[in-house]
Design a binder for this molecule. Structure first.
Ligand code: UDP
Length: 326
């Protein structure tokens, strides 16, 4: 039985990961300040006697010292996430993302070189460029101006990755970096901008489904159960130490227009589909990327991972979850 610490374990991916770790028989401690996480996400396993929960910030060094000393492995997922959240809370997002990771890596090193799985993001790659849709781990990054707040997330997470890789190089800390591409599943909230839960909520309530821009942009939506399985495979594999891995599902590629239509039909909704200019949806000067598709060949070759869940099954399962929440 491993003693695991999951920062951000009341968040969307964090709660699914915690549940999987408990199923594996591990002991799971979650620290989450509930800024974007929700108690609801952990309610189904909160009473498990191998589970404990601390509602606190990862910037609380006294607490973190105690929790990190006492664990074997840290899954560091606590971060400000979601395009909408980042744009609306720029100071907090930058601070939590950089300082929090500094605390986790520093203490993991200080208290016996504990294994750290660092959650990162496909935002790292920044803007797409003409003709480039697929991103692999060693690709260059292309970012917009600092006056466009979206890019602060990419920069903060890049600093996290640099720091993790530096701890690997200088201190031999066993770190693994997971760059999540668009990930969906039950319990994800649309409150911070994520498109799938937003469209489903709109469709089920009969409100217009709001597509930003012309809707011809594409994304690949991976199911959270696949993402969690990839994380667990990586965390058991010493060949992954000191390396970066894309996690996503290139097979589930869809335009946002097609996604809206799919969700409307699967929910048997009569919602209108409405296109909204970016400047109205976010703030003036917002930049979206047209296409973003993960190259997961590194993940496949190191772990043998293959995504299992197609887009229709993924969406049906999320819709079912929404209905049972009513
Ligand atoms: N999007 C949309 N309507 C919404 C929310 C998002 O059309 O209500 C679009 C968004 O502009 C982007 C895509 O859906 O092109 C995916 O957005 P999300 O914020 O889920 O993820 P990311 O932009 O990080 O890929």
């Amino acid at each position: 039985m491993a003693k695991t610490l999951v920062t951000g374990g009341a968040g969307f991916i964090g709660s699914h990961l915690s549940e999987a770790l408990l199923k594996n028989g591990d002991k799971v401690t979650v620290v989450d300040d509930l800024s974007t996480g929700r108690l609801n996400n952990i309610s189904r396993f909160r009473s498990n006697n191998r589970f404990s929960f601390y509602e606190d910030t990862i910037l609380n060094k006294r607490l973190m010292k105690r929790l990190i000393k006492d664990c074997d492995i840290i899954y560091h997922l606590a971060a400000a996430v979601g395009v909408k959240y980042i744009i609306e809370h720029p100071i907090d997002s930058i601070k939590t993302n950089i300082k929090g990771t500094d605390v986790v890596l520093g203490m993991a090193c200080e208290f016996g070189n504990k294994k750290v799985i660092l959650a990162s993001t496909s935002e790292i790659y920044g803007k797409d460029r003409p003709g480039k849709h697929v991103f692999s781990e060693e690709d260059d990054r292309l970012l917009g101006s600092t006056t466009r707040s979206r890019w602060s997330y990419s920069c903060a997470k890049a600093i996290d990755e640099f720091l993790a890789l530096a701890y690997r190089r200088e201190k031999r800390l066993p770190v693994i970096i997971c760059r999540f591409f668009n990930t969906c599943g039950p319990r994800q909230t649309g409150r911070y901008g994520m498109v799938v839960p937003r469209f489903i909520r709109q469709a089920l309530s009969g409100e217009p489904i709001t597509i930003y821009g012309d809707g011809k942009q594409t994304r690949c939506f991976g199911d959270v159960s696949d993402a969690v399985r990839a994380v667990l495979l990586l965390s058991k594999n010493p060949k992954a130490y000191g390396r970066v891995f894309n996690i996503g599902n290139p097979e589930n590629k869809v335009t946002i227009n097609a996604l809206a239509k799919k969700i409307r039909s699967m929910t048997h909704s009569a919602s209108a589909i409405k296109h909204i200019p970016y400047a109205k949806a976010y703030r003036e000067g917002f930049e979206d990327m047209r296409h973003r598709e993960p190259d997961i060949s590194r993940l496949k070759s190191v772990t043998g991972f293959k995504p299992n869940i197609g887009i229709d099954d993924m969406l049906l399962n999320i819709i079912k979850g929404f209905k049972s929440d009513d």
